[in-house]
Structure formats: C-alpha cells, structure tokens
Design a protein around this ligand. Structure first.
Ligand code: PGA
Length: 251
C-alpha cells in the first residue's frame, strides 16, 4: 500500500569523485529494485555531477537542507536551485540542523512550505532527545514538532511529504531504537496525522525510521506495521551496507 523509501543521508562526507563512485555502485546494484524508492542526499558539491550520473536511474537525488527564500542570503541554497541542479527531494528539520544550527520549528515550517511550493518532495525530520525520552516527554515533543513544522499544510501537500522519526539519542550512536520503541512512535505519529488531516492521508503518508540503521537491524524495523522505510546516515556511506539495507528481507 505504501511504497517503502530507503534514503541515504551522506551528511558532510564524500568528495565529488568519492560520491560518483558510490552513486555508480548503487545505480548498478539497485536498478532492479522496483518495490522500494531509493533516495540519496549527497553534499551540495556533488549534486550536479551525480544528477548526470543518475539521469537514467530511478534513484532520487535530494538536498540535505534548504533556505526558504532567494536573494541576499550568503551561504544558503534555495529549493528552486536544488530543483535546477536535479534534486527532486530535500531533507528538512534534521536534528543536526536543529541542534547545531539552532533551527526552530517555525523556520523549519517556512522551509517545508517553500520546498513543497517549488515542487520538491520533503523528508521532514522529528525526534526527541534522551532527556526528553527519560522524562516521558517523547510524544509531547513529537506532537509539537509536527504541529509547528507542518502547520498550514493540506492533504494535497501531504502527498509529497514523508516524515522521518529520528530519536536523537540513536543518531550516529550505534544505539538504535528497539523495534517496539520505533513502532510505538510511528503509530503515535500516524494517529496524530489522522487527527490533523484525515485517516486516508495518515494511512498514505510514509513514516521513515532513522538512527543507527544498519544491515543487521533493518529487517526487524521494516517488519513493523507503521515503519515505511529508513533514513540512513553512517551506513549509507558504504555501498554494500546501503545495498543490504535497501534489500531488507521482505515479509
Ligand atoms: P545514522 O544517521 O544512521 O548515522 O545514525 C541517521 C541520520 O542522521 O539521518
């Protein structure tokens, strides 16, 4: 019903040559996969070269971030320029943007709206810190991030938005959420989407899990009812790991 998405967030890694080599490997070894959408988000400098390499491939190119306007904004990148260079998607609200660059929910909401208005698909990231989880505030935090970050969207816009639940304590730590913890959060998110939109919108929205996804934990995660794919950081940098993740064991 919901086509799964396996997305690789390369973060600030890979020279152009390294990015090209990895993208060629993925293109060669994933081209027969028809039941899962593959997205890769390389650093900005590799987008243009990768766009030409991937022209005849179903692999979708994504930006890792964008700014909601164009003009005198030194160092930023707009949704329109991402599209121009061949991106069809963008990651917005990643916890590293929230934590290291102090991005707030209302700014993230501006980016989400600008990216959707430009025709990009959006991977909208949310997630709680360890302290928030230990204080039993996970659902409260996720609800605030969704209500504010997705404010003003309608069901039509939601056809191009994917939610990525990424508990911050699991990102890059090797400590993944258990299948049950992830499923519980995803179930909560889908319930909230059905309140904010409607049941069919909630049922159609893909919700990805992110946070130390590896070849050895992807199968269990993908067997959970509300997990529709993964946003993969570290393990997306090695072709064999990312390919194994994309080839997770189907039911
Ligand atoms: P990780 O990163 O897989 O290295 O934990 C995930 C992410 O930040 O999207």
């Amino acid at each position: 019903m919901r086509t799964p998405i396996i997305a690789g967030n390369w973060k600030l890694n890979k020279t152009v040559d390294e990015a090209l080599a990895l993208a060629k490997d993925l293109k060669g070894q994933l081209s027969d996969l028809t039941d899962v959408e593959i997205i890769i988000a390389p650093p900005f400098t590799a987008l243009a070269p990768l766009a030409s390499t991937l022209t005849d491939s179903p692999i979708v190119l994504a930006g890792q971030n964008c700014f909601p306007s164009e003009g005198a904004y030194t160092g930023e990148i707009s949704p329109a320029l991402l599209r121009d260079v061949g991106c069809r998607a963008v990651i917005i609200g990643h916890s590293e943007r929230r934590q290291l660059f102090a991005e707030q929910d209302d700014f993230i909401n501006q980016k989400v709206k600008a990216a959707l208005a430009t025709g990009l698909k959006v991977i909208f990231c949310i997630g709680e810190t360890l302290t928030e989880r230990n204080e039993n505030r996970t659902f409260e935090v996720l609800e605030k991030q969704i209500r504010m970050g997705m404010s003003g969207l309608d069901s039509a816009a939601m056809t191009r938005l994917t939610v990525a639940y990424e508990p911050i304590w699991a990102i890059g730590t090797g400590q993944t959420a258990s299948n049950e913890q992830a499923q519980e959060a995803h179930h909560f998110i889908r319930g909230l989407l059905s309140q904010l939109f409607d049941v069919s919108t909630a049922e159609a929205t893909r919700i990805l899990y992110g946070g130390s996804v590896k070849p050895d934990n992807i199968d269990g995660l993908m067997h959970q009812a509300d997990i529709d794919g993964a946003l993969v950081g570290g393990a997306s940098l090695k072709a064999c790991d990312f390919i194994r993740i994309a080839r997770y064991k189907r039911c």
